[in-house]
Structures are given as C-alpha cells and as structure tokens.
Design a protein. Structure first.
Length: 79
C-alpha cells in the first residue's frame, strides 16, 4: 500500500477476527504488514497472526497465518 491521505479499509479473513472490517485512519500511517491477536481466557493464551495482502490503493486483506509447525521430541533418542 502506498502513502495516502485516504483511510484504509482492512478485512480480516480466518481465525477469531474472521469477517471483521477495520477502517485505519490515514493519520495512523500505513497498515502494519502483520497483526498479532492474543486471546486471553481461563486457559493458555492463544495467539493468531494475520499477514497483510494489499489489493488496491487503500484496501487490503489480513489473512490468517497458518500455525507454525513445532518439532515433536523424539522419545526414542536418549539425551
């Protein structure tokens, strides 16, 4: 997205923010390339990351980033 005096319209796709539309005022600058959403509740915190996909001037979609794969510990190998 290019620097503009126009507000940006941002749509979130996937995860807990799915369908949310955010209007980012031009005075706040360009939309961030990545947004992190942290949900705190009675259990462990849940973190979702959204990556910006610019569409046209002033319009973009934040797509849910797939979860990172964690390496499972191999119990058959001694430390």
């Amino acid at each position: 997205m290019h620097t503009s005096t126009e507000d940006a319209v941002l749509l979130f796709m996937g995860g807990p923010l799915d369908g949310r539309v955010e209007i980012r005022a031009a005075r706040h600058g360009e939309p961030l390339p990545t947004v992190t959403h942290v949900h705190l509740h009675d259990g462990p915190k849940v973190v979702h990351r959204y990556d910006l996909e610019p569409l046209i001037e002033g319009v973009g979609i934040y797509n849910l980033r797939p979860p990172a794969r964690r390496h499972a510990r191999d119990e058959s190998v001694a430390d």
